[in-house]
Design a protein around this ligand. Structure first.
Ligand SMILES: Nc1ncnc2c1ncn2[C@@H]1O[C@H](COP(=O)(O)OP(=O)(O)O)[C@@H](O)[C@H]1O
Ligand SMILES: [Mg+2]
Length: 385
């Protein structure tokens, strides 16, 4: 039997083909040796050497447990369906359905192996997004809980500062009763930097309260609410979310990445948009850029905003490896990812594209920079029709 040549697909088409039609058909003889393969099986199994003539169990050692049932299938001409199997091929383990069809023409069988990786990924996605909803709810619950004690600390700091005020009547009266000098108390506090420490606490709490307010706003799944927003503020919010992103913090030293801001020097007019959704888009783009800088020394991202009369253009670029040209058209497809399961879901760009094009009538495009690295550009019209 001649060895069917590998199909003449280029890699991106083939990847698509594999995702959509990952069914291998393998014909075996009475000794369970491979006699024929469909294109998919040939492509997947025939990379190193032709599988023709090899034993089925050499190709899939996991099936050796079913040797007796397979032989029986051939002898009794009875279809055999195995429960979900984990088969090793390519460079990883795949969840598969295996069905064995005995052929009427003789002691031969056709083995159908359906790769369920794509389906499993979809299932994982659904579970993941369910989890996200739960976590979103928990996070806003926690944010509410934390807001109260922070508010109490802030109020008490303000009380302390007020009670040290040399000009407040009540303070003067109490100090006189106790025969202490408010001036001297204040001089001591200043000399020991105590007032500065208290001010630091106040500033930190203010910042924490601001983060919580943004989180509460971000966490709510309100119907899309378009209003005037300051794009620069949305970008800063997104950046601070990325800096707090749990997954990223545990896999990457974000402080290594230099963040350049190329913003107009004048205050740009607000745009009508959904602040929550655009924050999500900027979050996705910045997170991707940082993930692309994993092994890059002197890594940088550049956030650029160009203000035009009819639109605001926002770009996020990095000095990573860039995007292989043949992948440029696939990036925005749902579930397209080149990352491991822990690192990526393949949904960030798909969702971002949807938000920009459907909800803001703008465009989101990807490109490589001539000097290396990727650049994602969102054009958001000021007056969406
Ligand atoms: N800044 C970037 N540099 C290089 N590749 C990128 C960049 N941003 C996105 N990509 C590519 O696009 C794919 C899809 O991105 P995305 O939709 O955010 O999903 P995920 O990040 O979960 O993989 C990534 O897996 C990666 O291959
Ligand atoms: Mg992403």
């Amino acid at each position: 039997m001649p060895h069917t040549p590998a199909p003449a697909f280029d890699k991106p088409h083939l990847d698509e083909f594999i995702n959509e039609l990952a069914v291998m058909l393998i014909w075996v003889d009475a000794e369970l040796r491979v006699t024929k393969l469909n294109i998919m099986a040939n492509h997947i199994l025939g990379c190193k050497q032709s599988p023709i003539g090899q034993s089925l169990f050499e190709l899939f050692p996991a099936l050796a447990d079913y040797r007796a049932s397979l032989v029986e299938t051939l002898l009794k001409q009875k279809k055999l369906s195995l429960s979900q199997q984990m088969l090793d091929y390519g460079d990883r383990t795949h969840p598969c359905y295996v069905t064995v069809y005995p052929l009427l023409s003789g002691p031969e069988a056709l083995i159908k192996i359906e790769d369920l990786s794509h389906q499993t990924l979809l299932d994982d996605m659904v579970i993941q997004s369910e989890k996200m909803v739960t976590i979103g709810g928990l996070a806003s619950g926690m944010a509410h809980e934390v807001k109260n004690p922070l508010g109490i600390i802030l109020q008490n700091i303000q009380n302390i500062l007020h009670r040290l005020d040399k000009t407040a009547e009540k303070n003067i009266v109490v100090a006189q009763e106790l025969k202490v000098s408010l001036d001297e108390i204040n001089r001591y506090l200043e000399a020991r930097n105590i007032l500065k420490f208290m001010d630091n606490i106040r500033i930190a709490i203010d910042r924490a309260l601001q983060i919580i307010a943004t989180m509460l706003n971000f966490g709510t799944q309100n119907p899309i609410h378009m209003k005037n927003e300051n794009v620069l503020e949305l970008i800063e919010n997104a950046l601070s979310f990325v800096e707090q992103d749990y997954d990223l913090l545990h896999s990457f030293d974000i402080s290594r990445v230099k963040v350049n801001r190329d913003f107009p020097i004048y205050p740009i007019p607000p745009i009508v948009c959904s602040g929550t959704q655009l924050t999500q888009v900027f979050f996705n783009l910045i997170k991707n850029a940082i993930q692309a800088l994993h092994h890059i020394p002197q890594s940088e991202i550049t956030l650029r905003v160009i203000d035009q009369p009819d639109a605001v253009i926002i770009s996020v670029s990095d000095n990573g490896q860039g995007i292989p040209p043949h992948l440029l058209t696939n990036l925005f497809k749902p579930f397209f990812t080149t990352k491991s399961r822990e690192q990526g879901t393949g949904l960030g760009l798909a969702v971002s594209h949807y938000i920009i094009s459907e909800n803001h009538h703008g465009t989101l495009t990807a490109d490589n920079l001539p000097e290396g690295g990727a650049c994602f550009t969102a054009v958001i019209p000021r007056h969406p029709c």
